[in-house]
Design a protein around this ligand. Structure first.
Ligand code: GLA
Length: 728
């Protein structure tokens, strides 16, 4: 619900459990009053305090009123050069060379339906409303339209900003954040999700210290190193208590999330496109629209925050036909064969896979051009006839005869110098004339901002997709962007390259979706280098990490779970010892970890013993039985995998709380293990539950408050699953 109180000039957004309010003050400055647990109607601007502070300047029209300063007041969208020295939301270079932006309220509108952002990913509203607030810098004519969408049932608020040059001369947009949130306190922790390739989204948490701290990516991709999702929370907040705010950017390119603890002990969070490689000229009449940001607020801890985000992602981000639909259990040949395969090898692997209950066979890298290693071939999307003499026309029906669907790996954004495409169109790769471009995995990045590049690649992909029945595409991206320069843009517009690249990717993914509506696309960027809500809008699952070790994955999947639902995390069982870290883990445990995601196998199943095959058959059957809980249930983190030596446990609960699935994995073993119980979450205290089909019934209250005993385990990295079903 969006309300406007004309007397107090407040604009209020209510979701079911939260309230967000802003106010137009006597100088038409848009102040932020409140974001937190839901409160009744009323002007919350009494929370804003005014005081004369040394060196905090006053706007001209405040005259000698020294207690009014943009430097101390909470802003809805912070401005540049006119007295607020905290982190900026927007910065514009004006025709006279100045960078002042004095944004004042110029009107607002409540529109039916949620706004759309053409060409950009966004949560889709079914009904709903949009609040649009127009701010204007009178001297330059630059206008900022702040857009708000509300998703009441998910306690989610979305935001975006549209910046328009309503003046008469061109201006240069240097910074355009999607969201600015001023919080009137600074005793907060900032939680970020960090790491690197094969170590994505490890949680780090630290108190806000004075000054600006943040995470971001200037790699042209949201990156393995940091994720465009952060949490600001009360110090001491945990899974079930404490106020916390989650902020996510629906964008897969460069991003910046900055939190500032100011001199007066308040905090500001801004999030948007990273300004480092960004400059967007706006001719008179032109606009720039930022990506969407999503905000959630939970008054009682991270579990609720996660549930709001997961439900919103499942129901309002992921689109049909994959919304609510079980993902096929897949077998991918990458770790089974790497580049060394042919039709017979693939058919043999598919045959074993089908016999075990797998439903989709994915042919990974190496099927095209001269792609016998990772030095060549990218860009040449025609079947390598030495490996597949009959082409896909021969291979795919063989796979289908086994009762399996067929999927294919592509990396459309890239080109190897050793490829026909590069020899024909060397200027299609990002590179500055006169400078040899930087290599990444021996490849270059195609300039996807260019229409003709996209057209060429898309035509080639369509030929492949039309040549056989292909149900799935793994869309990979295996290097960061460097040498940012496009042959298609004049010098003064080179700051557009990165964002145009991203818009190009989104456009192509949209076309793919429109032309092949049933196609399941799995995102990937060297594992989880582009795991963000932007990508999830187009690709309902994303390969979570190139690290398939079950124990490392516990941490990766734990961090990922704060924002992203399990059903979106591509997660496969691979061989032991693991090929990334050499760790030895039982097949049972690898199955328990991998089935907490978009499940599959990535190993030579032909080499498995009969006993192992029986276990795999059973794992696939368990996943098929419980997929709805895993994919659609409420997710609870029961323990923290970063606690050394402990065990990691998590739980899914059905919306009616009648079913739950608990998974637990132990760490390295020790003698004389302590007696432990695991307190479960999310159950109905009034119901009685049967565990793993046993005779005994346990009260929901008993399991919630007393817990369930964890037996001692023999050996390292053991696992256990408990399926709970309400009796009667
Ligand atoms: C990336 C992906 C892997 C695999 C290889 C193929 O690293 O993350 O899963 O597809 O590329 O080259």
């Amino acid at each position: 619900m969006i309300t406007h109180d004309e007397r107090s000039h407040t604009l209020t957004l209510h979701t079911r459990h939260t309230t967000y309010q802003m106010k137009v003050d006597e100088y038409r400055v848009l102040l932020h009053c409140y974001y937190g647990p839901r409160v009744g109607e009323g002007d919350l601007s009494y929370l804003i305090q005014y005081a004369d502070r040394g060196f905090s300047p006053n706007p001209n029209e405040a005259g000698n009123r020294r207690d009014y300063s943009l430097d101390t007041l909470p802003q809805e969208y912070s401005t540049c050069g006119v007295g607020d020295f905290r982190v900026l939301s927007a910065e514009v270079e004006l025709p006279d060379g100045s960078r002042l932006l004095d944004l004042r309220y110029a009107g607002h509108e409540v529109r039916p339906g949620k706004y759309v952002l053409p060409g950009l990913p966004a949560f889709h509203g079914e009904g709903g409303e949009t609040l649009s607030v127009r701010l204007r810098d009178a001297a330059s004519g630059v206008e900022v339209e702040l857009l708000y969408g509300i998703f009441e049932d998910f306690d989610l608020i979305t935001r975006a900003a549209r910046i328009t040059n309503c003046g008469e001369t061109a201006v240069g947009l240097c910074r355009a954040m999607s969201l600015c949130l001023d919080v009137g306190r600074a005793d907060l922790d900032l939680m970020t999700f960090d790491g690197g390739h094969t170590r994505e989204r490890n949680l780090s948490r630290a108190p806000l210290r004075p000054g600006v701290q943040g995470v971001g990516s200037a790699r042209g991709m949201s990156s393995h190193q940091h994720n465009p999702f952060v949490i600001l929370c009360e110090q001491g907040a945990g899974e079930d208590h404490g106020l916390c705010y989650g902020a996510a950017l629906l964008y897969s390119g460069d991003f910046l999330a900055e939190a500032e603890r100011s001199q007066f002990e308040d905090a500001r969070l801004v999030m948007g496109i990273h300004p480092q490689n960004f400059r967007w000229p706006l001719a008179p009449g032109e606009s720039f629209t930022t990506p969407e940001a999503a905000l959630v607020c939970s008054p009682d801890g991270f579990a609720r925050l996660t549930h709001c985000l997961h439900r919103a992602v499942r129901e309002r981000l992921i689109r049909d036909p994959y919304r609510g639909r079980r993902r096929p259990v897949l077998v991918n040949n990458w770790e089974a064969t790497y580049f060394d395969f042919n039709e017979e090898k693939l058919a043999a692997l598919a045959e074993v896979s089908a016999g075990l209950g797998a439903e989709l066979f994915v042919m990974d890298d190496g099927w095209f051009g001269q792609r016998n290693d990772d030095l060549r071939g990218l860009g040449d999307w025609t079947v390598n006839r030495e490996k597949l003499p009959g082409g896909l026309e021969a291979l795919v029906p063989r796979i289908q005869k086994l009762g399996m669907q067929f999927g294919i790996w592509v990396e459309p954004e890239m080109v190897n110098e050793d490829s026909q495409l590069y020899r024909q169109h060397p200027d299609w790769a990002l590179a500055v004339p006169g400078r040899p471009p930087v290599h990444g995995r021996s490849q270059l990045v195609l300039d996807f901002g260019r229409q003709e590049v996209r057209e060429h690649i898309y035509a080639a992909l369509r030929k492949v997709l039309d040549s056989a029945e292909i149900s799935y595409v793994k869309w990979d991206m295996n290097r960061a962007l460097t040498d940012l320069w496009s042959a298609a843009l004049p010098p003064q517009r080179q700051g557009e390259v990165c964002h145009r690249y991203m818009l190009g990717i989104y456009e192509l993914l949209d076309r793919l979706r429109a032309d092949y509506p049933a196609l399941l696309i799995e995102g990937c960027a060297g594992g989880g280098g582009r795991f963000d809500l932007g990508m999830l809008y187009y690709t309902p699952q994303i390969w979570c990490s190139d690290n398939t070790d079950a124990i490392d994955r516990l941490r990766i999947q734990y961090g990922t779970s704060f924002c992203y639902p399990s059903g979106c995390m591509g997660s496969h069982v691979s061989v032991s010892p693991n090929e990334q870290n050499g760790r030895i883990t039982p097949l049972e445990t690898r199955g328990v970890v991998a089935m907490s995601g978009a499940f599959g196998y990535e190993m030579d199943l032909g080499k498995c013993s009969e006993e192992e095959k029986a276990l795999i058959r059973e794992q696939i059957a368990v996943f098929k039985r419980h997929w709805r809980l895993i994919q659609e249930g409420d997710y609870y983190r029961l323990t923290d995998p970063f606690q050394e030596g402990g065990c990691t446990a998590w739980q899914y609960v059905s919306p009616d709380r009648r079913e739950a699935l608990v998974s637990l994995v132990t760490g390295s073993t020790r003698a004389a293990q302590p007696f432990r119980t695991l307190r479960l979450k999310g159950l109905d205290p009034a119901l009685r539950y049967r565990v793993n089909g046993g005779e005994a019934l346990y009260g929901g209250d008993q399991l919630l408050y007393g817990g369930y005993p964890i037996p001692p385990f023999w050996g390292d990295y053991q696992s256990m699953q408990l399926y709970l079903e309400a009796a009667g």
